[in-house]
Design a protein around this ligand. Structure first.
Ligand code: ZN
Length: 148
């Protein structure tokens, strides 16, 4: 996969620290979420690893999020259509599990796939974000992200 772009720096232009890291990943020509690299780039807590996914704290959580977990598919795929039935089942299991563990009352599950120019994704390797705002905080600011 030489010369393939695994990251889209433009998607993180409003987050300078993250954009800088993506630029260095782009220069290295590697995929940050492939098994040999993922634990370097997901330096925070990894809660659980299964056969198809791992779930961890997002390294660069969205502003104003109380929780931002990232679910990374182990094998390098870039489209939701490439997730197996078993993979979908495990994804649901992980979402249910972390919501129970953290007693999350409500969350948003975002999975961008395919051409990053259409989605706003920063990494092509299939992953999802599970994000929850602090519903108990009065006058809280919203959690906003790019989805297209
Ligand atoms: Zn990958």
């Amino acid at each position: 996969m030489k010369n393939k772009l695994f990251v889209n720096v433009t998607s993180a232009k409003n987050r300078p620290d993250y954009a800088a890291e993506l630029e260095s990943i782009k220069e290295a020509g590697i995929c940050p979420f492939c098994p040999d690299n993922v634990k370097k780039y997901l330096s925070k807590i990894i809660y659980r690893e299964g056969r198809h996914w791992l779930i961890a704290d997002a390294t660069y959580p969205y502003k104003n999020a109380k929780y931002h977990f990232i679910l990374v598919h182990h094998a390098h795929i870039e489209n939701a259509s490439d997730i197996s039935e078993e993979g979908w089942s495990e994804l649901k299991e992980f979402v249910d599990w972390i919501c129970g563990l953290k007693q999350i009352k409500g969350a948003t599950l975002i999975m961008r796939f395919g051409d990053t120019n259409c989605t706003g994704a920063s990494v092509t390797h299939l992953h999802a974000s599970l994000v929850s705002g602090d519903g108990d905080q009065k006058d809280r600011e919203p959690v906003l992200t790019r989805v297209g």
